[in-house]
Design a protein around this ligand. Sequence first.
Ligand code: GRF
Length: 199
Amino acid sequence: MLILKTDPLNHKFNIAIFASGTGTNARKIIEHFINHNSVKIALVVSNKADAGVLQIAKEFRIPSLIIEKETFFRGNAYLNELHAAQINFIVLAGFLWKIPSALIAAYPNKIINIHPALLPKYGGKGMYGHFVHEAVIDSKEKESGITIHYVDDKYDHGNIIFQTTCPVLPNDTPDDLANRIHVLEHAHYPKIIEKCLSE
Ligand code: GRF
């Protein structure tokens, strides 16, 4: 009798999460896909050896890769390592380096990012973390939100996939706004990733 074995670990999508910081979004994404049939978080990539996201990777036994500037920007952008892990989709979750064109060329329309404001406003070089929320509050905006977008070779610039809003309240500090926006990110990013993969 011929027994056909199906490999339960043979996932259609192997995602690499790139993150430089605490990794609360990375955690939500990992938890969302933990028992998924076709999607696996196969690698966590960070440019910071002490980033909190690396502890999360460890907790979930996900391989991690610490990258260096020279190889990322002037070498092969770690394409060999990404191919070895069979990565076919990249999710940026608080990754602070620009994505080099070699990586964009290797993963066309397969790299997405989340930005904690309503692009095209409050994006670009230097617009990250509390700088974004301070700028939104200083400009007396009544609302802010999140933007999930494809990554091209300009900061915070590629085609927008999804946006949703939240209010900016009169006495908000940047931390208050950051917390409200994190709630939105955690609720939406995993689902939007799943939607992108199914299209
Ligand atoms: C998020 O606010 C995201 O929009 C931005 O970086 C932050 C990462 O936060 N790109 P965390 O490390 O996932 O908590």
